[in-house]
Write a protein that binds this ligand. Structure first.
Ligand code: BG6
Ligand code: MG
Length: 229
């Protein structure tokens, strides 16, 4: 059964919602994983579930290094460049027809509700492909700021992408709630001083303040309702 945990201490009065993209708003984490599996197969091994999970949220090259290390393979610098570029080609092929149908449960209703409450909304994604996905799924207009892998180079779990997202919407990290599906993202958001909501499994996202199976199960009024109510 789907499990929702609330580690307590949640307070109202937050003023910004900062969303990861892949695996939180859009069902693209599966495509990243499939592209890494294809690369793994080319090098003669199967991508384990554990390694696939570890690639979530981290940058393209960091993910490549995790994948290769899991099979004891050391690539030269030029092989790294080629393999990372090929993974991205596979990924772009997989998302070539992406549409609003790939938005995850609760994504649009959450964005609409927060927007109507006047909550500032930002994207904090490590992906260089985020902009195209926002456009093709039709959700770009919900965002007051878009910070992605083309803006901030330091990959999660570095807190920089979350700090920049909060800065661009003019809200302190302490008043920002981050929604993340990756352990690296939860760690980065915690390091930034944000309140973290994990979307996925408690076993993977135990460092988050609250974990829910999808955005549908998150009681966002607990974070964004008026302070003191
Ligand atoms: C994150 C994904 O959003 O972006 C990671 O969760 C991915 O799996 C990272 O490695 C970088 O993405 P891209 O699209 O620039 O290779
Ligand atoms: Mg993600």
């Amino acid at each position: 059964m789907a499990e929702t945990i609330n580690q307590g201490g949640v307070r109202r009065g937050h003023r910004a919602a900062v969303f990861d993209l892949d695996g939180v708003l859009v069902d693209t984490a599966v495509h990243h994983r499939a592209a890494w599996q294809k690369i793994s197969a080319e090098y003669g091994f199967d991508l384990s579930a554990e390694t696939a999970e570890a690639t979530k949220g981290v940058g393209r090259f960091e993910a490549l290094d995790l994948v290769m290390r899991s099979a004891g393979i050391k690539l030269s610098e030029s092989e790294r460049m080629t393999a990372a570029a090929r993974k991205n080609e596979y990924y772009l092929d997989l998302i070539a027809d992406i549409s609003p149908a790939e938005l995850l449960p609760g994504a649009v209703s959450t964005l609409q509700s927060l927007d109507s409450l006047g909550v500032r909304i930002a994207l904090a994604s490590g992906s260089k492909n985020a902009g195209g996905i926002l456009d093709r799924t039709g959700i770009r207009d919900f965002f007051d700021a878009v910070v992605d892998g083309t803006v901030v180079a330091a990959p999660k779990p570095d807190p920089a992408v979350f700090l920049e997202a909060a800065r661009r919407v003019g809200v302190s990290p302490a008043d920002s709630v981050v929604f993340e599906d990756a352990a690296a993202g939860v760690e980065g958001a915690n390091r930034a001083g944000c309140t973290t909501v994990g979307i996925g499994l408690p076993a993977v996202l135990s460092a988050a303040r609250l974990v829910a199976p999808s955005l549908l199960e998150v009681d966002w009024t607990a974070f964004f309702g008026p302070a003191g109510v």
